[in-house]
Every structure is written in C-alpha cells, then in structure tokens.
Ligand binder design. Structure first.
Ligand SMILES: *Cc1c(COP(=O)(O)O)cnc(C)c1O
Length: 354
C-alpha cells in the first residue's frame, strides 16, 4: 500500500487550506555573502495557515482531532507550557470544530512576569474560548489532565487527551503527510533538497517526516533537526520511538534505528525556552532581510543551526536546503525584553527626502 493510500485510511479533520508554499530566501542568501558558499536556501511556509495563527501543530491536529471525532469526543484536553503553541492551536481548532477545550498549562520554562504569563499564546488561548487550568510549579500536569478526564467522564462527557506537543504516533502522521507533500513539490519544482531542516521539541515533527520518508523508500537522514528541548541522545530515541509507532499505524513493516535520525544538539543552549545570542541574531536576520517572522523557542534556534551549518561548509555549492518554518509567532510577544533589552530605542534612520 502506498503512503498516500495508508494516510487516506486514517481519520482526519481538515484544518489546512492545502499545501503550504515553498519560497526561496534570496535576501538572506545575499546577506550571507561569501559564507553562503553557493547554497540555495528555501523555506517551507508552515507558518502560513489561516486557522489560529498557524504553525506545525495544525498538521498534527488534523489527525489528532480526526481520532477524537472518531471516538465521539465532545471535549479536547491539551497540556503544555504556558506559552505552548500546541495548546493555542488546539483551542483554535476546537473552536472551529465545535468541541469544548480544556488546557492544562504548566511552568516548564523558568520565566515569569506579565509579558510571559499574560501575553502571546496565553492571551490567544483565552480568546479562543478554552478553559485554562494554570498549574503552579511542582504539580504534575499529566496527572492533573488525567484527573480532569475522569471528572468529565463521570459528568457524561467524552474527552480526548492530546498531550506533550501533540507528538503521539497519531499526531506525527501530520508530518508523514507533509513528507509526501514536500516530495510532490520537490518534483514539481525540480529541486532535490540536500537536507530538510526542522526544530525538534517534542519530536513528533521530525518523527513524522522520517516515518514518511521511510514509507516512501527515501533516505531518512535527509531530515536534519536541531534539538531545542532534550539532550541529543534522548531526543534521538524519542524520535525513533514515535516514528516506529507511526510506521506501524501506516501498516508498514519498516522500522528505524538511531542511525536513521540526523539531529544536532548544538543550539539547545541553557535549555528549552531559554534564549541564545545565536537565536536572537537569526530571528533579527530573517525579520530584517526577508520581512518574515521566526519564533524564539523553536524556529529561531533551528535557523541559527542552519546558518551555522552553512558557514561550517556542511553543504556543497549548488546544494538546495529546505528550512521548515513551523510558526509559533505569538510567543515572540512573550520574549520582547530579550530582543529589545531594558532601554532599547528603535534605530534612528534619517528620512529620505525625494
Ligand atoms: C512544537 C513546535 C516545534 C517542534 O515540533 P515538535 O513536533 O514538538 O518537535 C517547532 N516549531 C514550533 C513553532 C512549535 O510550536
């Protein structure tokens, strides 16, 4: 059975408008000058989806909420950090599909204050109508979600649990479908991408892509990730585990080992959600040269990794690399002080007189 047939058998709710575009980043190429080494940089715009501000979690939610609907659920429970993009998009998708939504938010990142606790994704979770359970440090969010699940059951509801970034094997199928989409676009554009570059947080994005590439009989190490959450060895083993479970769901006999996963831990810095100077520089470069936004937790660190790889000569002249822009833009507003500093003034540019 082909990957496309296997995917068509899985319950799915449509949340995207169609394939997301692939665009060349010519202005960044120009800015890199001789350190570009003749590499062509392309972006797949998974930040460009109309629902809820868009981002990679919507691809996972197509399959997660398909599963929820098939189970007759009337409520979705999602867990995440306070500035989780996954919980924000679960709330938006639930609003669109007419499901109730409860979010269990925990302080996974060592930050506090109004900027972090009330702006960005937290603001949007509320606007999308989710019921928010904001837990203090030290309370186990998975256990809290399970207790809430049980309470809802006793009250006659059917709840569906979507935890940890939506990176269950079912959720990762969204990126197995994306692997197929990229291959189709790559054939149409006649570009053979040397590598496809993504952030790795809860690992479902890379796992789904890798499962998709394996199901298509292609080399899975073309998918290169930069870990933004777990240390290298544990990020690799989580990715392998989810990918193998996804292959099983797809009815494939194939299985992967850690050698099939291409992952770098160089951009993690002090850990999940903690800014690095290279991230700040990458976000500023993308914004000021292309007018496009990266987020500070995932895309900024992964793009910094791609820039470091390019200048270290990882790619040959003429190679094309595809960076997946995974969204997460609302969390920029929760990190304003890392970009602006305490006394930041906008740069003064003289007005041009005609
Ligand atoms: C969650 C997220 C990722 C990482 O995806 P995982 O499947 O968790 O590895 C990347 N970028 C953004 C913006 C995200 O919200």
């Amino acid at each position: 059975m082909s990957l496309s047939q296997a995917l068509s058998l899985m319950p799915r709710r449509a949340l995207l408008e169609g394939p997301t575009p692939i665009q060349r980043l010519c202005r960044i190429e120009d800015a890199l000058g001789s350190s570009l080494n003749g590499v062509r940089i392309y972006a797949k715009r998974d930040d460009l989806m109309s629902l809820g501000g868009g981002g990679n979690k919507l691809r996972k939610l197509e399959f997660l909420l398909g599963d929820a609907t098939a189970a007759g659920a009337d409520t979705v429970i999602a867990t995440g950090g306070r500035q989780s993009n996954f919980t924000r998009l679960t709330a938006a998708a639930a609003a669109r599909l007419g499901l109730a939504c409860e979010l269990v938010l925990a302080p996974f990142v060592p930050r506090e204050g109004d900027e972090y606790d009330r702006n960005g994704n937290v603001l949007l979770d509320d606007l999308f109508g989710a019921r928010i359970h904001s837990l203090p440090a030290g309370v186990n969010s998975t256990r809290f979600a399970e207790e809430r699940f049980e309470e809802l059951r006793l009250a006659g509801h059917i709840a569906y649990m979507a935890t940890f970034g939506g990176s269950s094997p079912v959720g990762s199928l969204g990126y197995a479908a994306c692997a197929l989409e990229i291959q189709t676009q790559s054939n149409d554009l006649d570009i053979d991408f040397a590598e496809i570059v993504v952030p790795n947080g809860s690992s479902g994005t890379q796992a789904g892509l890798v499962a998709g590439y394996r199901a298509l009989g292609l080399d899975t190490t073309r998918v290169r990730s930069h870990s933004v959450l777990a240390p290298t060895a544990s990020a690799v083993s989580t990715t392998v585990e989810i990918a193998n479970a996804a292959l099983t769901l797809l009815g494939s006999e194939a299985s992967l080992s850690s050698n099939d996963v291409n992952l770098s831990g160089d951009q993690l810095g002090q850990g999940y959600g903690v800014p690095t100077p290279a991230m700040v520089e990458a976000v500023r470069l993308m914004a000021s040269r292309e007018g496009l936004l990266l987020d500070p937790v995932y895309g900024g660190k992964a793009f910094a990794g791609l820039l470091a790889d390019i200048s270290a000569g990882r790619y040959a002249a003429g190679d094309a690399v595809l960076f997946i822009m995974t969204g997460g833009i609302p969390s920029l507003y929760a990190y304003a002080s890392d970009f602006l500093g305490a006394n930041h003034q906008p740069p003064s540019k003289p007005f041009l007189t005609p």
